[in-house]
Write a protein that binds this ligand. Structure first.
Ligand code: AMP
Ligand code: MG
Length: 668
C-alpha cells in the first residue's frame, strides 16, 4: 500500500489509513452482488453440479444400517433352503392317517432317527412309518406332512405312535423358498436399510451389500468472532453454532459430515482451509463472510481456484441474499450466509437437495406439512421470503405461526417446527392462506399445547413437568403483550404474561378481554441489579443506591422497553431523570443482567432469578405477577387441563420455590 507523500504531519498515519480501508470494505458490503432469483440460482447450480447418486460401495452388514441400497438385491438361495417342520412332532405320510379318529387311531412305526435342527435325514419315511422331527428340522424323503407331538400317543415299549386325527398333506411343512425364492428380487434400489432389511440380507447369506457411497461434506465456519463450543467465550465472541447444525443436517440427509472447524477472516488462512477442504470431499459448505468486506475474501479465493468458479453470488432470498454457489476443482462449494437462520434456510433450499441426490435418497417432500397462516404475513416483493414457523392446532387443522425472530436467532430453531416460503411475486400472505411448512428435523410432531408470551425459567420447568405427564408444549417467546395478542387471534392455548395495568396498578387481570380467563402462576421478585462490590449500592437500599448512582455523571444505567411492567418500575425509580443509558432499552431481564455483568451498564432492574444466574448484586423492589390467560371454555382440553392442574400441584410449588419464585396458585 502506498501512503500519501508529503508533509508527514498532514498524512494520515498507517493505522488511520488501515481503518479507513476497512471501513470502506465494510460499507461496500453487498452492493456488488449480482442478485438472481431463487429459481435461476437453483437452475444454475443444477446445471453445473450433477444431482445424481454417487457410485456404489460394498459395506458389511454391520455397517449397513441407515445406508441407501445402490442396486436391487436378489436372493442367491431359497429361504428356507429346504422343506422344514414348523412344529415339534413327527414327519409322516398324510395318506397313512386317512380316516383316523379317537376311536380309530392310526398306528405308525417310528424310524430310528431323530431329526433335530441341522440334522440331514438318513432314513426315508416309508408307508406306515413316521420320524420324530423338531421345529426347523429337514422333512425326510417320503414324508409330506408333520403331526404335532400333542396330537399323538407315544408307546415307548413298541416304539410306535397313534395318530387320532387325519393329517392334511403339507400340514406344518414350510416349503423351500417360501420366504424368499432363489433369484427373487427381495430389496429394491434406493431403499434405506433398517434392521428388517439387514435381517433379510443375513437370511439369504449375504455378508455385504452394495450401498450408495455417502457424500463426504467438508464443513467450515468462518469468522474472527467464532469460538468452538466447549471453549471459554472471550469478550465479543460467540459460539460457532452453524458448524454443528450444518454437520447434523448433513448427517440427517444421508451425508457424511467432515467438520473442519473455524477459519479466521483472513485470506491466506481461508485459502489454505478451502484447498484442504476441496481435496477428498464431494461438497464443501462454508458459512459466514459473504455479506461483509470479509466476503470479498472467499469470493476472491473461489475465483482463483479454477473454472467455472462462482456460479451465483447473491440470490433474491430474505433472509439469505448473500448466498454464494461455486464449483472449484470439480467440487461444488456453497457459502452460506453467517446468520444461523439464514444459513439454515439456504442450506435446506440449496444444499439438502444436492446431498440427498448424491446419497441416493428421494427428495424431502414427506417432511412438509400443509397448514394455514392465522394472520396476514407481510413480505418483501421481489424476494423469496422464508418465515420460521411453529405448528399449532387451529380450529380447522394445522396453523403455521410465524416466529418474530430476526435472522440472527439460533433459538428460533428450538421454537420452530419448520419454515415456509412466500414467493417473490407476492407482497405477503393473507390470513387463512395455505402454506407448506418444511420441517426442520425428523421426528418433529405437533405440540399438545401452545404457550405464547413472556419467557420465564419457571415456565421452562413447568413444561418439563407437563412432559412427564405425557403432554408436549411448544413455547414461543414474543413478550407478554404479544402473547395476549396471539391468544386473541386464537393462535395459542395460553398466553404467559406479566403486564401491569397502569390505571389500576394491578397485574394481568384488568387487561384481559371478555371471555378470557386467568390462571394465577407465580410471583417474581424484581429488584435493582448491580455488580457485587459496587460501593454505590453495597449496604444501601435500592432507592439510596440509585440516588448514589444518579449523582455520579459517569454511571450508566440500562433501561427496559416501553410497555413492559419493569419499565413502569424503572420510571418510578427515575422520577423523570434521564441518566446515561436511559435509551438503551432491551426487551428482557437477561439482556439487562448481561449489560450490567459485562460492564456496559452499572445498574438496571431485573428479576431475582436472573440476577442470581449472572452473579449480580440484588436489592428487592416489588413482586411481579406472572400468570396465564386462556380462552374460557377451553379448560377441559386434556393438555390445558393438565397444565392448569399442574399450576396448583405441590410438586410445582416446590420446583418454583427452588428457582426463587413464589407460587400462588391454585388453578381455576
Ligand atoms: P457474516 O455472514 O460472516 O457476515 O455473519 C453474519 C452474522 O452471523 C454475524 O453476526 C456472525 O457473528 C454470525 N455468524 C457467522 N458465522 C456464524 C457461526 N458459524 N455460528 C453462529 N453465528 C455465526
Ligand atoms: Mg463473518
Amino acid at each position: 500500500m502506498s501512503g500519501p507523500q508529503g508533509n508527514p504531519q498532514d498524512a494520515p498515519d498507517r493505522d488511520t489509513e488501515d481503518f479507513i480501508r476497512r471501513l470502506a470494505a465494510a460499507a461496500r458490503q453487498e452492493q456488488f452482488l449480482t442478485v438472481v432469483s431463487r429459481e435461476d440460482a437453483l437452475a444454475a447450480f443444477r446445471a453445473a453440479v450433477p444431482h445424481a447418486a454417487l457410485a456404489p460401495e460394498m459395506v458389511p452388514l454391520a455397517q449397513a444400517l441407515g445406508r441407501v441400497l445402490a442396486g436391487d438385491v436378489a436372493s442367491p438361495i431359497d429361504v428356507p433352503p429346504f422343506d422344514r417342520a414348523l412344529v415339534d412332532g413327527f414327519a409322516l405320510r398324510a395318506a397313512d392317517t386317512e380316516g383316523a379318529a379317537p376311536s380309530q387311531p392310526r398306528r405308525l412305526a417310528l424310524n430310528r432317527e431323530i431329526l433335530a435342527c441341522g440334522v440331514a435325514p438318513a432314513l426315508p419315511v416309508a408307508p406306515g412309518t413316521a420320524t420324530p422331527i423338531a421345529t426347523g428340522g429337514v422333512i425326510p424323503r417320503g414324508a409330506d406332512a408333520v403331526v404335532m407331538v400333542e396330537q399323538t400317543e407315544f408307546d415307548e415299549a413298541s416304539l410306535v405312535i397313534d395318530v387320532s386325527a387325519p393329517v392334511r398333506p403339507g400340514q406344518f411343512v414350510g416349503y423351500a423358498g417360501a420366504d424368499m425364492a432363489l433369484g427373487e428380487t427381495v430389496l429394491r434400489k434406493g431403499l434405506t436399510i433398517t434392521a428388517r432389511e439387514i435381517g433379510m440380507l443375513a437370511a439369504c447369506g449375504l455378508a455385504a451389500v452394495p450401498v450408495v457411497r455417502r457424500p463426504r461434506v467438508a464443513i467450515l465456519s468462518t469468522g474472527d468472532e467464532l469460538v468452538a463450543p466447549g471453549s471459554p467465550l472471550r469478550p465479543g465472541a460467540i459460539y460457532d453454532s452453524n458448524g454443528a447444525i450444518v454437520a447434523a443436517s448433513v448427517a440427517e440427509n444421508g451425508g457424511e459430515p467432515v467438520a473442519l472447524g473455524i477459519v479466521r477472516d483472513d485470506e491466506a488462512a481461508l485459502e489454505e482451509a478451502l484447498r484442504g477442504a476441496l481435496a477428498g470431499h464431494d461438497l464443501v459448505v462454508l458459512s459466514g463472510g459473504t455479506s461483509k468486506g470479509a466476503g470479498d475474501v472467499s469470493h476472491r479465493i473461489l475465483g482463483q481456484l479454477g473454472s467455472p468458479g462462482i456460479l451465483v453470488h447473491g440470490v433474491a432470498l430474505k433472509p439469505g441474499k448473500p448466498l454464494c454457489l461455486a464449483v472449484a476443482q470439480n467440487t461444488p462449494v456453497v457459502v452460506l450466509p453467517g446468520f444461523p437462520t439464514s444459513a439454515m434456510f439456504t442450506f435446506h433450499e440449496f444444499v439438502v437437495p444436492l446431498i440427498r441426490a448424491l446419497a441416493g435418497l428421494p427428495p424431502r417432500e414427506e417432511q412438509a406439512v400443509a397448514a394455514c397462516v392465522p394472520q396476514r404475513v407481510p413480505s418483501e416483493l421481489g424476494r423469496t421470503e422464508f418465515v420460521m414457523a411453529s405448528l399449532g392446532r387451529g380450529p380447522e387443522g394445522p396453523v403455521a405461526l410465524p416466529l418474530p425472530k430476526g435472522s440472527g436467532s439460533v433459538t428460533a430453531f428450538s421454537q420452530a417446527d419448520g419454515f415456509f416460503a412466500i414467493p417473490a411475486a407476492r407482497s405477503g400472505l393473507e390470513a387463512g392462506e395455505a402454506v407448506s411448512v418444511v420441517r426442520l428435523g425428523a421426528g418433529v410432531r405437533m405440540p399438545d399445547l401452545t404457550i405464547v408470551g413472556s419467557h420465564c425459567v419457571g415456565l421452562d420447568r413447568l413444561v418439563g413437568l407437563l412432559a412427564e405427564r405425557g403432554f408436549t408444549a411448544r413455547t414461543v417467546w414474543v413478550g407478554s403483550a404479544g402473547g395476549l395478542a396471539a391468544l386473541r387471534r386464537g393462535e395459542c392455548d395460553l398466553a404467559a404474561m406479566h403486564l401491569l395495568d397502569p390505571e389500576t396498578g394491578r397485574y394481568n387481570a384488568p387487561l384481559l378481554d371478555d371471555g378470557m380467563r386467568l390462571a394465577p402462576g407465580w410471583r417474581r421478585l424484581q429488584g435493582v441489579v448491580f455488580r457485587e462490590g459496587d460501593g454505590r449500592f453495597e449496604g444501601r437500599s435500592a432507592e439510596a443506591g440509585i440516588a448514589a448512582a444518579l449523582a455520579e455523571p459517569d454511571s450508566v444505567m440500562v433501561n427496559r422497553n416501553a410497555g413492559s411492567g419493569t419499565r413502569l418500575l424503572v420510571d418510578g425509580l427515575l422520577k423523570g431523570a434521564r441518566p446515561a443509558g436511559f435509551w438503551n432499552q432491551p426487551r428482557s431481564h437477561n439482556a439487562v443482567a448481561a449489560a450490567v455483568a459485562q460492564g456496559r451498564a452499572d445498574w438496571g432492574v431485573a428479576i431475582a432469578s436472573v440476577a442470581k444466574a449472572y452473579g449480580l448484586g440484588f436489592r428487592p423492589l416489588t413482586e411481579e405477577h406472572y400468570d396465564f390467560a386462556y380462552a374460557g371454555g377451553t379448560e377441559d382440553r386434556p393438555a390445558l387441563a393438565a397444565f392448569l392442574s399442574l399450576l396448583g400441584a405441590l410438586e410445582t410449588a416446590a420446583a418454583l420455590e427452588k428457582l426463587g419464585f413464589t407460587p400462588v396458585g391454585e388453578a381455576r
